[in-house]
Design a protein around this ligand. Structure first.
Ligand code: ADP
Ligand code: NI
Length: 221
């Protein structure tokens, strides 16, 4: 747990309330349920790997990580101002606010993939691994289909090969739901930095491979 004195710890309930309000209408797999799982998975990583961190920064970053992302909000700068106001109201210190923004501004796979963005504090690494775990397994399959449906992506086009994305707009457009497994999801286990997340990612990926085997067999019925 955090070593920071009680009076300097942000009021997590205020942050959770804000995340709930911003993410409640999301229909792309980035709703409040997602950030709630990321917060829980982050805590599991801390416990399983016996990590010493500012647990409040981890929790706040987990709840807020998708509230300043272009895939969820239309005006990123405005969203950043709102998050800043929320953190001030919640009583976060300037140091914590700075740290939280460093994490949530650089967390996304697309930013790492396309802009070389790096998260280098242990708190950031934990939230990023947790976010990536929630992209895998049964939940990952459902979220990917949900996202693809909301963006009018085809389910599967056997003749369209997965792409190697180098452009953000292109990456957001995507190709097909099934291709997203290869374009992003199967790259994630190799990008985990904590021991628990690496092991859990491999377990979830094995489930997805079994799912794909069944999917292809049924597709070619
Ligand atoms: P990030 O912000 O980390 O780049 P993404 O938006 O790529 O995150 O991914 C978050 C989740 O949204 C993915 O794990 C996946 O479930 C879904 N998703 C994102 N892009 C696509 C896509 N092109 N096709 C299908 N699902 C997608
Ligand atoms: Ni996320």
């Amino acid at each position: 747990m955090s070593n920071i004195p009680e009076k300097n710890q942000p009021n997590l309930d205020k942050v959770i309330g804000y995340a709930k309000q911003v993410l409640s209408n999301d229909c792309t797999g980035h709703g409040f349920d997602h950030v709630n799982r990321v917060a829980k998975l982050s805590q599991t990583i801390i416990d399983e790997d016996h990590l010493t961190v500012d647990a409040f920064v981890v929790q706040v970053a987990a709840y807020l990580h998708d509230t300043v992302d272009d895939k969820v909000v239309t005006d990123v700068a405005q969203a950043q101002r709102e998050v800043n106001a929320c953190l001030l109201t919640a009583g976060a210190s300037a140091f914590q606010i700075d740290h939280i923004f460093t994490i949530i501004d650089n967390l996304s796979f697309s930013k790492e993939l396309l802009q070389g963005a790096e998260v280098d504090t242990l708190e950031g690494i934990i939230v990023r691994d947790a976010d990536r775990l929630d992209a895998l397994g049964a939940i990952g399959i459902m979220r990917t289909s949900y996202f693809g449906g909301s963006h009018q992506h085809p389910l599967h086009l056997p003749d369209l090969a997965p792409k190697d994305f180098t452009d953000h707009a292109d990456y957001r457009k995507g190709t097909t739901v099934i291709n997203h497994f290869y374009e992003k999801l199967f790259l994630l286990p190799g990008k985990m930095h904590t021991a628990y997340a690496r092991k859990e990612a491999m377990r979830r990926m094995a489930f997805m491979e079994a799912f794909l085997k069944e999917f292809y067999a049924e597709w070619d019925v």
